[in-house]
Design a protein. Structure first.
Length: 118
């Protein structure tokens, strides 16, 4: 089954850093733009970053611009989301997907919880 698998979530204090990874399982990420998204319970899923298939172009939501960086290593079939200066409002379940729109068919990962304590 083709899917993406996120890892690296957990609990961190405000101001701290965390790196999320998104690995293709039975799915080759090369050739696809990959998006990172997050969702808080009861709210709509938010697209926060996008990286082009070759990694040369990135785009970020205003809410995380300057603090988060997405990158990829196609040799490792992995996309990363480096998160710095985390804030309590960054607390959410984080997902990666093939595609950068919230309506993308994916595949999607199962999500990883990120909790930022104040």
């Amino acid at each position: 089954q083709s899917q993406l698998v996120e890892s690296g979530g957990g609990l961190v204090h405000a101001g701290g850093s965390m790196r999320l990874s998104c690995v293709g399982s039975g799915f080759t990420l090369d050739g696809y733009a990959i998006g990172w998204f997050r969702q808080v319970a009861g709210k709509e899923r938010e697209g926060i970053s996008c990286i082009s298939s070759g990694g040369g172009t990135t785009d970020y939501a205003d809410s995380i611009k300057g603090r988060f960086t997405t990158s990829r290593d196609n040799r490792k079939n992995t996309v990363y989301l480096q998160m710095n200066n985390l804030k309590p409002e960054d607390t959410a379940v984080y997902y990666c997907a093939a595609g950068c729109r919230t309506t993308t068919m994916g595949p999607w990962g199962q999500g990883t919880q990120v909790t930022v304590s104040s």
